[in-house]
Design a protein around this ligand. Structure first.
Ligand code: DI6
Ligand code: FE
Length: 408
């Protein structure tokens, strides 16, 4: 995609899904205008828009398509070396994810490859994955570490994540996930490893590499008390927390995140109603990851009705990773959330915009309103539900990052 500089600009002849108010917050035949990368007018009153259009050379023609906030992917592990297609094949022949992990494969196989890759090689391998998300409408993305599992390798991953943001113009939020798996050199010493992870945290934070802290709180990951130890370190450094929580069993991970007023609890298939209540009180977002659910052929549904009842915002993310979700389209994740979890297409769109922004602690994007960043996607569709209806396909006509039009 080429970048055109449109710090001041406008798009007309387009329907707007503002996501302010019910029914997608639709404004038909709308105009949206921005200055210095932020929205100054959104509506359908040409006369009211006129003063804002004075010094704008070209008004982009939306050609009767739909404009939404650009998509936001709030959970990815897209920096990694190699891939695990062969393990996927083994799983199809009957091996389980846990069997493969026990035989030294799984996350640790990605750790070996990632440790051995140079920073430049890791960057070059990861860039096309980020570009794939971009080409399907994503402007902001969270990227986790977690395939390094030692200070230098975690640093390398986080540096690559930062470089990816600089290269593409996308907003990248980095998450420190050294507590993803136990590296072989710490076998049988998980508590010691957590201490090491806590000791690397201020070092990498001082290098500007950490926006949030994550943990895989699970029987095959780290215990709630180890997760608590990590969260206490994060809190003492002023870093927000989140967790891979209640994915395969209910260890109380989501409730723990809520206790620390965390940004999000992710996966949450096994979360209890009590945890949902605590998340609501704490303002913690539920990040749904239907790609991993789909690939692992899981059957335990996240408690969607309870999230609705308690008004816990639900985000939808790709979880893009080499093991459980080799998923390179957030739109496809939205479609899977509708099929597997029975989200409505509108909930899925909110989950990939406004609720995803909240899961990343971003308050300047995710809806179309005056003052919000000019991060937009213009789609070649006749109704917003089509975003979750087509599986694949090139629906994106324009993607604007802070007012800059990347013409796909
Ligand atoms: N949950 C996941 O879905 C990924 N990590 C995690 O904690 C899987 C990562 C992998 O298999 O490489
Ligand atoms: Fe994940």
């Amino acid at each position: 995609m080429k970048r055109h500089d449109h710090q001041h600009g406008a798009i007309a002849h387009v329907h707007l899904a503002t996501l302010n108010g019910p029914d997608y917050g639709v404004i038909e035949n709308g105009i949206i205008v921005w200055r210095n990368g932020h929205i100054v007018y959104v509506g359908n009153d040409r006369a009211a828009a006129e003063p804002y259009l004075q010094d704008i050379d070209t008004v982009i023609d939306g050609q009767g398509g739909w404009l939404t906030p650009a998509l936001i992917d709030s959970h990815t592990h897209l920096v990694f070396a190699g891939n695990r297609a062969e393990e996927a094949e083994q799983r199809l022949r009957g091996a389980s994810y846990a069997d493969i992990a026990k035989a030294g494969g799984g996350i640790l196989s990605s750790v070996r490859l990632t440790r051995n890759a140079s920073e430049d090689a890791l960057f070059a391998e990861s860039l096309p994955r980020l570009q794939a998300l971009l080409h399907d409408g994503v402007a902001s993305v969270e990227i986790k570490s977690g395939y390094g599992l030692d200070c230098d390798s975690e640093r390398k991953m986080l540096r690559v994540a930062r470089r990816l943001g600089a290269e593409t113009g996308m907003t990248v939020k980095t998450t420190y996930l050294a507590a993803h798996a136990l590296p072989p050199e710490y076998a049988g010493r998980a508590d010691d490893y957590i201490e090491a992870v806590c000791s690397w945290m201020p070092i990498l934070q001082a290098e500007g590499l950490i926006d949030a802290v994550d943990v895989f709180c699970e029987g095959i990951g780290f215990s709630p008390s180890q997760s608590r130890r990590l969260f206490e370190s994060a809190r003492s450094l002023g870093l927000p927390v989140k967790a891979h929580a209640d994915q395969l069993s209910d260890l109380g991970g989501a409730a723990l995140v809520a206790e620390f007023s965390g940004l999000s609890a992710d996966h949450v298939e096994y979360s209890s109603e009590d945890a949902v209540r605590r998340m609501a009180t704490a303002g913690t977002v539920a990040v749904l990851l239907p790609g991993a659910f789909h690939v692992l052929r899981e059957t335990q549904q996240p408690p969607i009705e309870a999230f609705r009842r308690h008004h816990v915002p639900m985000a939808v993310a790709t979880d893009c990773n080499p093991g459980t979700a080799p998923l390179l389209s957030l739109r496809l994740a939205m479609a899977l959330a509708c099929t597997h979890f029975r989200l409505t297409p509108e909930e899925a769109l909110r989950g990939a915009t406004i609720h995803a922004a909240r899961a990343l602690g971003l308050h300047d994007r995710g809806t179309l309103a005056v003052g919000q960043r000019a991060d937009f996607a213009v789609w070649d569709i006749r109704h917003p539900a089509e975003l979750c209806y087509w599986l694949g396909g090139g629906l994106l006509r324009h993607l604007l990052l802070c007012g800059n039009d990347l013409n796909p």
